[in-house]
Design a protein around this ligand. Structure first.
Ligand SMILES: *Cc1c(COP(=O)(O)O)cnc(C)c1O
Length: 363
């Protein structure tokens, strides 16, 4: 057999190695999961669905689409439900990108954009961030006649920054209509509604826009794998041809529906993150540490010392975080915002690292 040559340049996308060690309890602050868990309504809905496990799930997650249509105030034919955003990213790349096409990716960003583009044999045009945020002018300038796809992550992973609605809108107006623009809003629920683009309502005017949302973060369903695209009906139709027919399992469909119905859990989950997001700036400022004000459930901090060594020390203390070295910021770390006592542990550990460095410098 002969594998496609594009595979040779790929590595499997894998969470931090530490998380593969299942023999000891670790506080996972590396994957931006929901520190509150998930809604009790989800457990009840999943239990109620167990007698029907021998049935195939609805192919297009119809009940969930109807509920999403009500939530976003746009018609149900604008929704494609997927096995998490991960699946939808792959479908989008397959639908638009062929060998040699260009894909514009603000960099650093969510790693799977580049991996799926490479798998398709595309040429990746990496656009550096400016002041830790997507540089939309540079993105517009990077688009050429060969560009088929532009990835925008807003709020941005890994920086936590947000680009303003007006600026995204101006970009859409500047770009040719034959370039697909994906707005990955995995962290949208954490942004203040006033800051967040009303992007679901831009699709009539910009049918080349695809908005992605997930149940993995604020809804706390990362283990069940449900995400969705909001897109023009032709885009929903074309992407729907590529997905595997039963792509979202039946438990995931009922769980997502139940999660949508529990506004109280969502409010608590967002409030928990906002509380942590308020605690970090004070902590960082009082220690003289750089940080990026966050619109998501994680924060980037400049420790002023080796991020890899810091992550190793965190792991020794039972906490998994990400080192900025993965994204070319070797003195930074990325930490998921957790419960109050979890954040306190992070602060204590950072203080220990800073004290060790001061002592080291004094001797
Ligand atoms: C977590 C995350 C995802 C993954 O979403 P799933 O729905 O769990 O596949 C997608 N995009 C970004 C930017 C993320 O941070």
């Amino acid at each position: 057999m002969k594998f496609r040559s594009t595979l040779a340049q790929l590595r499997a996308f894998d969470p931090p190695a530490a998380l593969r060690d299942t023999t000891r309890p670790l506080l996972n602050l590396a994957l931006n999961e929901n520190s509150l868990g998930s809604s009790p309504a989800v457990a009840a809905a999943v239990a109620a669905a167990l007698p029907q496990l021998h049935r195939y799930p609805p192919t297009f997650s119809d009940a969930l689409r109807q509920a999403l249509a009500r939530r976003h105030g746009v018609a149900a034919d604008r929704f494609l439900v997927g096995n998490g955003i991960f699946e939808l990213l792959g479908l989008i790349t397959q639908a638009f990108v062929a060998e040699g096409d260009e894909v514009v990716i603000p960099t650093p960003s969510f790693g799977w954009y580049a991996i799926s583009a490479r798998a398709a044999g595309a040429r990746i045009v990496a656009v550096p961030l400016a002041a830790h945020a997507i540089d939309l002018d540079a993105v517009a300038a990077a688009v050429t006649p060969a560009t088929r796809l532009v990835w925008l992550c807003n709020p941005h992973n890994p920086m936590g920054s947000l680009v303003a609605a007006g600026a995204i809108r101006r970009l859409l107006e500047r770009l040719p209509a034959d370039v697909a623009v994906v707005l990955d809003e995995a962290y949208a629920e954490y942004a203040r509604p006033a800051d967040l683009p009303d992007s679901a309502h831009w699709i009539d005017e910009h049918p080349n826009l695809i908005v992605l949302r997930t149940f993995s973060k604020a809804f706390g369903l990362a283990g069940l794998r449900v995400g969705y695209a909001i897109a023009s009906p032709p885009a929903v139709r074309e992407l729907g041809k590529l997905k595997s027919p039963p792509n979202v399992n039946s438990l995931a469909q009922v769980a997502a529906l139940a999660a949508l119905g529990d506004e109280d859990f969502l409010r608590r989950s967002v409030a928990t993150v906002h509380e942590a997001a308020r605690a970090y700036p004070g902590f960082c400022a009082s220690r003289g540490l750089g940080y990026v004000p966050t619109h998501a459930n994680f924060v980037m901090i400049d420790l002023g010392q080796d991020g890899d060594a810091a992550a190793t020390e965190f792991l020794r203390q039972g906490i998994v975080i990400r080192s900025g070295s993965e994204i070319g910021l070797p003195s930074w770390i990325r930490v998921t915002l957790g419960l109050e006592h979890e954040n306190r542990r992070v602060f204590e550990l950072i203080d220990t690292l800073l004290a060790a460095r001061r002592d080291g410098a004094a001797h």
